[in-house]
Design a binder for this molecule. Structure first.
Ligand code: NDP
Length: 290
């Protein structure tokens, strides 16, 4: 029986995710490093802004921070309630997920690596996909808390497996983003109308999330709204490439994409959206995708 739920890390994702919890649970505690965001969340959604040490006394503790390193440092600094389940929605590192699951198990705490996909709009609409690694019994106990925030809640394997699936997912997003930029730049160089091309491709076999939403809404519109920061995508492609290397596999496309995203990240203005990675290709081709 879940009496209390906490959410730690009210960033672009966490702020929106935590907003759904009061509809499903009586006691919802929130904490954020910049505490004014927690107070604002409490005012806006009827959650309770508490100290970090209070938040980790909940039955279910969600976290959504930039990196696994941030989560490990935070967990080292607190005494979590025995019997709690920690659901980490950070797009993290599989090894860190395994380490945390092992060390917390010694204190009778379950740790699930449960990264999410669906962007901020999915967080807002509670339609996220959860890809979850860890103990199946803890997964089943935590299931109702995750269904409050997502649509597909999928157990994918032992600890670390959720983080691995997420890293590969985001690598595939990056491959697609870069290749669509190359394809559309080629079309523009040949004088083709890009909106008309998009209509055709979105009714054809080359379509993807990138052609259906990212390109029209972020790139061709020149809006590049910052909802998923480019450094976070660069982190994810790095995690994915580490997995490739650990498996001693050749992966020429993924390796190249990782380098391209890293380069785009180094070139980008601070606080850039992931979609602005295409600006690196625009600078090479001297063709703007508009
Ligand atoms: P944001 O940068 O918007 O938010 C990060 C949050 O973490 C903030 O609440 C920030 O607090 C907090 N934080 C940062 N560093 C620390 C720290 N050292 N200790 C404690 N709190 C810290 O990130 P997002 O919400 O965009 O992303 C969070 C995670 O979710 C990432 O792993 C990302 O890859 C993943 N993700 C993001 C998606 C997106 O569309 N944005 C989609 C799916 C996954 P403060 O307010 O004090 O800075």
């Amino acid at each position: 029986m879940i009496q209390s739920v906490a959410f730690i890390g009210l960033g672009a994702m966490g702020y929106r995710m935590a907003a759904h919890l009061p509809k499903n649970f009586d006691q919802v505690l929130v904490w954020n490093r910049n505490f004014s965001k927690a107070e604002q969340h409490a005012t806006e959604y009827g959650t309770t802004a508490v100290s970090l040490s209070q938040a980790v006394q909940a039955d279910i503790i969600f976290s959504c921070l930039p990196t696994s390193q941030d989560v490990e440092t935070l967990i080292e600094s607190v005494e979590i309630k025995s019997g709690a389940i920690w659901i980490d929605c950070t797009s993290g590192v599989p090894d860190a997920g395994r380490r945390l699951a092992e060390s917390l198990k010694l204190k009778n705490i379950d740790f699930l690596d449960a990264p999410v996909s669906g962007q901020t709009i999915g967080a807002e609409n509670a339609t996220l996909t959860f890809m979850v690694g860890g103990n199946t019994e803890a997964f089943e106990r935590a299931y109702s808390a995750m269904t409050a925030l997502g649509k597909l809640i999928q157990h994918v394997g032992d600890s670390g497996a959720g983080f691995a699936v997420k890293a590969i997912n985001n690598m595939l997003l990056a491959v697609n983003l870069w290749s669509v930029a190359e394809g559309f730049t080629t079309l523009k160089a040949h004088g083709v109308n890009l909106d008309a091309a998009l209509n055709c491709i979105n009714a054809s076999s080359g379509k993807s999330l990138v052609t259906e939403t990212i390109f029209p809404q972020r790139v061709l519109s020149r809006e590049f709204p910052v909802t998923f920061a480019l450094p976070l995508l660069a982190k994810d492609t790095g995690i994915a490439l580490d997995l490739v290397h650990e498996a001693k596999l050749p992966a020429p496309i993924l390796s190249l994409t990782q380098s391209l995203i890293q380069a785009a990240n180094l070139m980008a203005e601070p606080n850039s959206d992931f979609s602005s990675a295409v600006k690196l290709y625009e600078s090479w081709s001297k063709i703007t995708l508009d």
